[in-house]
Design a protein around this ligand. Structure first.
Ligand code: GLA
Length: 374
């Protein structure tokens, strides 16, 4: 990073900032229903090395894409789609909140695979937010910054995501998953048992049109909540669902059932991890996957194959798709002793079944976005 910066600007960087990607252990498609999620920030991040400028220009060169983004803080405008909209969106959201910004220049590079369901976009957003905060000496309030980043993604980039990804990238904690109540935004750290490893299994598949399917699911959840006279499915009880489900169209009934059960599963998984009941945590992950596949219908044949292969490995307590779905990554909870051997076995079996070369990352739970003065 620093070398990349020095090569471009012939001077050392003043700040190095980074923000992690995340993997969600359980609680999928619940965040925008005001429900519960259990993600962790991972030890793969987006990094920016930078120094302030005297003017209002931001100049950011991507070392991965060999592209340079340049924009004027006093004349923000949309460009084409691409990674450049995230930093601009962050500048826009910070300015909308009344913060005064300063220009800077730097280089950006990432270790979070793109479009894989590991929140590379939230990592770019939070790293950029840290960069602006560092050079303009803004107070760093992680949850508030996460909300601004979500606003940037919703209103500037135009993706109707929930709060999970940004909150995790901002508030991650080493060796802990985060139980997040997406209504109150209360975060409770959940220690990860030392005997467990978290494996991220990238199917290498990516799907277009993810955001239209995502928006459609959001809409279906809203319809479901309305049918019960609620503003969000968070407030739906088992009893009310049992009494009223017959009135719902089959598709809506399945969506609602997923959210209701997934919230309950997430809370049980939190307890299971706290009590080191890894077998139970793994079982809940497998149930979560089945529900995402059959009721919420956001899995894919590649994800189903990956989960089935992973869950069958010795020492694997459970696996499921992670993130928005339709492609990207699965996550598995594996006995630490077995984790090293499981990776190559999973990729071999997956290649045999699908012809695709998958990637496996053993991930540690990491801290949230940080800035370092150099
Ligand atoms: C994407 C969104 C999140 C969340 C997940 C599904 O990652 O950005 O807000 O809705 O999908 O759980």
């Amino acid at each position: 990073m620093e070398r990349g910066f020095a090569a471009r600007f012939r001077q050392p960087a003043e700040w190095i900032v980074h923000a992690p990607g995340r993997v969600n252990l359980i609680g999928e498609h619940t965040d925008y229903n005001d429900g519960y999620v259990l993600p962790m920030a991972i030890d793969r991040a987006v990094w920016i090395a930078l120094r302030p400028r005297a003017d209002q220009l931001v100049r950011l060169e991507s070392l991965d894409f060999h592209e340079t983004l340049e924009f004027d803080l006093q004349a923000l405008g949309h460009g084409g789609p691409g990674w450049g909209e995230y930093p601009k969106g962050i500048a826009w959201a910070l300015q909308q909140s009344g913060r005064r910004l300063r220009g800077w220049e730097g280089v950006i590079s990432g270790e979070v695979p793109l479009g894989a369901g590991l929140s590379s976009s939230a990592a770019v957003e939070l790293a950029t937010a840290r960069a602006f905060a560092a050079v303009a000496d803004l107070e760093w309030d992680p949850p508030a910054m996460a909300q601004l980043a979500q606003r940037a993604e919703n209103e500037w980039v135009g993706v109707a995501c929930g709060i999970m990804d940004q909150l995790t990238s901002a508030c991650g904690l080493a060796d802990h998953a985060l139980r997040i109540d997406c209504r109150s935004l209360e975060i409770e750290p959940v220690p990860l048992p030392e005997s467990a490893s978290v494996l991220v299994l990238d199917t290498g598949t990516r799907r277009d049109l993810v955001s239209s399917a995502y928006n459609q699911r959001r809409e279906e959840c809203r319809t479901g909540a309305q049918a019960f006279g609620l503003t969000s499915l968070r407030d739906l009880t088992e009893e009310a669902f049992a009494a009223g489900q017959g009135r719902l169209e089959p598709v809506i009934r399945r969506r609602v059932r997923h959210v209701l059960n997934e919230n309950a599963r997430t809370l049980r998984a939190v307890q299971a991890l706290r009590q080191r009941e890894l077998e139970l945590a793994g079982r809940l992950m497998v149930q979560s996957h089945a529900s995402l596949r059959d009721d919420f219908e956001v899995s894919s044949p590649a994800l189903d194959a990956m989960v089935e292969i992973a869950a069958a490995q010795p020492g694997c307590w459970g696996a499921r798709m992670t993130g928005g779905g339709f492609g990207g990554c699965a996550v598995a909870l594996v006995d630490r002793e077995a984790a090293g051997a499981a990776g190559p076995r999973i990729t071999a079996a997956f290649r045999e079944r699908t012809g695709i070369q998958a990637a496996v990352y053993i991930c540690r739970a990491a801290g949230g976005a940080e800035a370092m003065h150099v």
